[in-house]
Ligand binder design. Structure first.
Ligand SMILES: *[C@@H]1O[C@H](CO)[C@@H](O)[C@H](O)[C@H]1NC(C)=O
Ligand SMILES: *[C@@H]1O[C@H](CO)[C@@H](O)[C@H](O)[C@H]1NC(C)=O
Ligand SMILES: *[C@@H]1O[C@H](CO)[C@@H](O)[C@H](O)[C@H]1NC(C)=O
Ligand SMILES: *[C@@H]1O[C@H](CO)[C@@H](O)[C@H](O)[C@H]1NC(C)=O
Ligand SMILES: *[C@@H]1O[C@H](CO)[C@@H](O)[C@H](O)[C@H]1NC(C)=O
Ligand SMILES: *[C@@H]1O[C@H](CO)[C@@H](O)[C@H](O)[C@H]1NC(C)=O
Ligand SMILES: *[C@@H]1O[C@H](CO)[C@@H](O)[C@H](O)[C@H]1NC(C)=O
Ligand SMILES: *[C@@H]1O[C@H](CO)[C@@H](O)[C@H](O)[C@H]1NC(C)=O
Length: 508
């Protein structure tokens, strides 16, 4: 959204001093990018003002202090005598301590300015807004970042072993959610049509989703899920990262969920594109990062679907380029919103939740994470046996964007930034072909599958196993059968996902 439009909306949304106000960051914050924004009305998130708003930001790590403060006042100013102060540590604010940074109404702080470069060696800082007017509210936004090295390095931290057993709700989940091995970025839209109630429902969905997961922060394991958290905001870049990317555990995520809303729509398309680019960085050094072979997904939780959000092909191509899947979980969307979000032919998965309990979470975990066919899964859409462009040869492949060899001498191409489409975990798909002239078949298979875990098996018309493939084969494996009908079955387990297979069948 451009500045002009934002200003127009603000003129309508700004309320008087009698509204029930809540700080933008209602509780204290732990994470590496502390958000700063105006107070809001809890019922509709419009901007307002009450008593002094302050909160404590903790970097989450005693070796990290704070710097990189940026700040903007949105025009027109309320002329309310607004002052934003940042303090080292957690001083007694009633005693009027000396602030580390102070900005008066109208003063913006941009990159590389003096106030932007101020550093705090304290892992905890306090951010406070006050104003003299009791009738008009200012609108402002900014952030400050935690960085390592501003504090002496702490001694080694002891690690506790992950519990080997984790109970889960067998009644609702098809399998134990501990088996999910994705890299999952959770994104919460802070702008809702249902105020704080709807935001709490979104947070409830996230909590019930992440609680049964087994989470890791190790970047070269094939097990467990890695988590990151972001929220959508009204201004460029339209998102805020709410913790260390891929460095968060379940508790970090639930503690850093946004506790407050915003009053202005952001730009969902731009936010998602930016987040994919920022968080799904491919390490081309394959020896150190095997997370390359795990499924990747963004779960966007939103209680509104603005008509400006398109999730068009431009957005799709950014996701495709990093092999990232998208799921949009709406909460109590209107018929009109749902119609636009769930349009046919879409490339992402959707759900309109009406609650936030485990059964509501299972409604998207079962079809999309466990691929149990309880609802169509666009992350690995059904494929079929297709006619090749030449001769009477037919072929089938997985994934949709298979990028490997199709004839002897070809090699794997990663058209993208070291990462391209993978097949899905928990796959179980069948392909059947019958030679119309009743004779036998010749089959060639190119494949890259998780060795010993993911299989492509071929059966004749009497269901006898003829051939079984796992691992990889670049030069193609060929076999013939006298059976005129052949059925292939592809199964994958819960762990690593690879670049898939390409099969051609030539009728004899
Ligand atoms: C925030 O932290 C301050 C100082 O540590 C503490 O006094 C206050 O109770 C905390 N507030 C919340 C909402 O946790
Ligand atoms: C905070 O400062 C005020 C004013 O100096 C003082 O009255 C109050 O006792 C202090 N509170 C604490 C917890 O020290
Ligand atoms: C989660 O990580 C935080 C640090 O980010 C740590 O303090 C906390 O103990 C961890 N919680 C669990 C349950 O492992
Ligand atoms: C994301 O990355 C792609 C490819 O590197 C680039 O073309 C695109 O402009 C980026 N988009 C955003 C929103 O950063
Ligand atoms: C993986 O973690 C190690 C150590 O924590 C770090 O040095 C490395 O840069 C990380 N790799 C990636 C791709 O994030
Ligand atoms: C395959 O990837 C290309 C390149 O990003 C993209 O344009 C195309 O839509 C993708 N196809 C499918 C079916 O996802
Ligand atoms: C859903 O939204 C409607 C307004 O569109 C509201 O009246 C209703 O109370 C909401 N229901 C729930 C369960 O949030
Ligand atoms: C494939 O070719 C066969 C005959 O060669 C034809 O009957 C069939 O309709 C074709 N299938 C598709 C999907 O084009």
């Amino acid at each position: 959204m451009g500045w002009k439009l934002a200003v127009l909306l603000l003129a309508v949304l700004v309320k008087d001093g009698h509204a029930v106000c809540s700080c933008y960051q209602a509780g204290n914050y732990t994470g590496t990018t502390a958000p700063i924004s105006n107070a809001y009305d809890t019922s509709d998130f419009s901007a307002c003002f009450s008593a002094a708003c302050s909160y404590v930001a903790y970097s989450g790590d005693d070796t990290k202090g704070w710097t990189g403060f940026t700040f903007n006042w949105v025009q027109p100013l309320a002329n309310a005598g607004g002052v934003l102060r940042v303090f080292d540590g957690t001083p007694n604010l009633t005693a009027s301590p000396v602030p580390l940074i102070q900005v008066n109404e109208g003063e913006n702080v941009i990159a590389n300015s003096a106030k932007n470069l101020i550093k705090s060696t304290s892992p905890k800082i306090t951010i406070q807004y006050t104003q003299t007017s009791t009738t008009s509210a200012n609108i402002y936004y900014g952030s400050i970042k935690a960085t390592p090295g501003l504090q002496p390095t702490a001694g080694p931290t002891s690690t506790t072993a992950m519990p080997t057993t984790k109970t889960y709700d067998k009644q609702n989940f098809k399998y134990n959610p501990c088996l999910i091995t994705h890299d999952i970025l959770i994104v919460v839209n802070q702008r809702t049509n249902g105020g704080i109630f709807a935001l709490n429902m979104l947070n409830g969905i996230v909590t019930n989703f992440v609680n049964p997961l087994c989470v890791t922060t190790v970047n070269n394991t094939i097990d467990s899920t890695r988590l990151a958290l972001a929220s959508l905001t009204p201004y460029q870049p339209f998102f805020a990262i709410r913790g260390e990317i891929w460095g968060m555990n379940t508790t970090d995520v639930t503690k850093n969920l946004p506790q407050s809303g915003v009053s202005i729509d952001g730009n969902i398309d731009e936010a998602l594109k930016g987040l994919v680019n920022l968080t799904f960085i491919v390490n081309t050094d394959t020896s150190t990062d095997s997370r390359k072979n795990v499924q990747r997904s963004i779960v966007l939780l939103t209680a509104e679907w603005p008509s400006a959000a398109t999730l068009n092909n431009d957005v799709k191509s950014v996701f495709d380029a990093k092999g990232v899947n998208l799921l949009v979980v709406g909460y109590n969307l209107t018929i009109d919103e749902w119609g636009r979000l769930s349009q046919t032919g879409r490339w992402y998965n959707v759900l309109n939740a009406l609650g936030s309990n485990v059964p509501d979470v299972a409604k998207f975990v079962n079809p999309f994470y466990f691929n149990d066919n309880s609802s169509p899964n666009t992350w690995c859409p059904p494929q079929s046996v297709q006619n090749a462009t030449t001769g009477n040869t037919v072929f089938f492949q997985e994934p949709v964007n298979y990028s490997g060899p199709k004839s002897s001498g070809d090699i794997w191409k990663d058209p993208f930034d070291g990462q391209s489409a993978r097949y899905c975990n928990f796959a179980d798909n069948q392909y059947t072909y019958t030679n119309p002239n009743g004779k036998g078949l010749q089959v060639q298979v190119f494949y890259e599958l998780e060795a010993g875990k993911d299989f492509l098996k071929f059966y004749d018309s009497s269901n006898n196993l003829i051939a079984s493939f796992t691992g990889f084969e670049v030069s193609g494996s060929t076999f013939s059968t006298t059976s005129s009908t052949i059925t292939a079955r592809f199964t994958s387990d819960y762990e690593s996902v690879y670049r898939g297979f390409y099969v051609t069948i030539t009728p004899q």
